[in-house]
Write a protein of this length. Structure first.
Length: 187
């Protein structure tokens, strides 16, 4: 059984990317599970705060969830044709201290998904993540790409993914990523 952690890179209550992750919970292959986590409550990275107070509780909890999972699913918005600052900030915190990077990210299977109201999805944001994920030593799954374009037409008024074709595509993506993560399972 593969245990995945999904993190949405958006703080918005009806985020398209959070909607993708919430839908993914019900689309996981049999015997697998996805736990959705938030970056809400993670402060801006400040080395002085880290030195004086240590790693914030919200960061520690997220790090431990990732350390215990078989794969990490990042649902990334695209802001100004790149990575959202709040999402990158959360990953930067999770990479602290430097000595912990290998435990949290080293060899960890990672996949990227994203949704955007634009016509090009989150392609540029996903590409911008590549050097970050490479630097952290992750095992990036490149078997498929997934981004949802015109996301505002795919979710209902409650922020729930309602488009059946998108759900089917997402289910296929998850099946591929879970199979990949299972082949990389540690221990």
């Amino acid at each position: 059984m593969a245990r995945l952690v999904g993190i949405s890179g958006s703080l918005r209550s009806k985020s398209f990317n959070t909607a993708l992750l919430n839908a993914a919970v019900g689309l996981m292959p049999a015997g697998s599970e996805l736990a959705v986590h938030s970056i809400r409550g993670i402060p801006l990275y400040d080395a002085d705060v880290e030195k004086a107070e240590g790693i914030p509780a919200a960061v520690s909890a997220l790090k431990e969830a990732v350390a215990a999972c078989d794969g990490l699913l990042l649902a990334t918005p695209e802001y100004s044709n790149s990575i959202p600052g709040v999402f990158k900030n959360a990953i930067d915190w999770m990479a602290r201290p430097d000595s912990d990077v290998a435990r949290i990210f080293g060899g960890r299977p990672v996949a990227l998904i994203g949704a955007s109201p634009g016509n090009f999805g989150t392609n540029l944001s996903q590409v911008a993540w590549l050097p970050v994920l490479r630097t952290l030593g992750t095992d990036l799954w490149t078997g498929q790409k997934f981004f949802a374009t015109r996301a505002h037409t795919l979710v209902d008024a409650e922020g729930v993914l309602a488009d059946e074709k998108t759900k089917e595509r997402l289910g296929n993506f998850l099946a591929g990523f879970v199979a990949f993560a299972e082949t990389r399972r540690k221990g």
